[in-house]
Design a protein around this ligand. Structure first.
Ligand SMILES: [Fe+2]
Length: 264
């Protein structure tokens, strides 16, 4: 599997505090079948502002450690960037990283923002050649309240990344219900771990894959979400049209109607 969302670097954000914790977390990911993992520390202005160069350096150090310790997994550099007014400027000067240097930006949405502002911001990023990958949309209150919003974002060219543990029984009800809905409606294209630690927020990618296969009634389709789609992202290739995009040309009010019908 390929995991495009993880907090595995030490002392960068709310992930591991030391190299020892980082190594334990990586061992757990590798044991679940992850062979490539993108390290995506948080970028929250004023809270976490890791230097891009430091992330790349820590990823190199981590790969040396993994090799030395016989852990069969490769780490790549990325970042989980909160959607903020200065995001285009930060990307332009490479102050924040895309996923493995690709066109794909892992974007965390604020819990609340005006829809017009959201769609305008996404459009601006696309104009500059980026493809926004919305991190764990199932945890966002706007999308929980109106899952059709995620379908609309996908119809406009964004992608959705589900956190594997959100699909499981241990997840809070609202998150689980929204997550399972998004998977069933094929409004998310990628499943990742968003792993933070071995006990607090451990990776549950293998269990998430099984659950997605049940929800989709297709193991093949679920596997695409942890292998084929993330592979194309880290290789900076196009994913092709997600299935939720089938009726893209029916726009405006119809799109809203379609979203309502899709989510009831
Ligand atoms: Fe995250």
């Amino acid at each position: 599997m390929i995991d495009i969302h993880s907090h595995i670097l030490p002392a960068m954000d709310d992930g591991p505090g030391s190299w020892a914790e980082s190594l334990s977390l990586c061992r757990l990911l590798a044991a679940q079948g992850v062979r490539t993992v993108v390290a995506t520390p948080h970028y929250w202005p004023g809270v976490y502002e890791p230097r891009a160069g430091l992330i790349e350096q820590r990823v190199m150090e981590l790969n040396l450690l993994l090799c030395k310790q016989g852990v069969d997994m490769t780490a790549l550099a990325g970042e989980e960037v909160v959607f903020c007014p200065e995001i285009r400027e930060l990307l332009a000067k490479r102050a924040v990283l895309t996923l493995n240097g690709s066109r794909y930006v892992l974007l965390e949405l604020p819990q609340l923002m005006a829809e017009e502002q959201l769609f305008a911001g996404i459009f601006q990023l696309q104009l500059e050649g980026y493809v926004p990958v919305i991190a764990h949309p199932e945890k966002n209150r706007m999308i929980q309240g109106d899952p059709g919003l995620m379908l609309e974002l996908v119809c406009k060219g964004a992608l959705g990344q589900m956190t594997a543990s959100s699909l499981l029984g241990s997840a809070p009800g609202k998150i689980r219900t929204c997550g399972q809905n998004l998977v069933r409606r094929r409004t998310v294209q990628i499943i990742s771990s968003d792993a933070h630690s071995i006990d607090g927020r451990p990776p549950r990618l293998a269990q998430g894959l099984e659950q997605a296969a049940c929800l989709l009634k297709s193991r093949r389709e679920a596997e695409k979400m942890v292998l084929e789609c993330p592979q194309k992202i880290i290789q900076d290739r196009r994913l092709g049209l997600p299935e939720a995009q089938g009726n893209k040309k029916k726009k405006g009010g119809f799109l809203r109607q379609l979203c309502k019908e899709a989510f009831g």
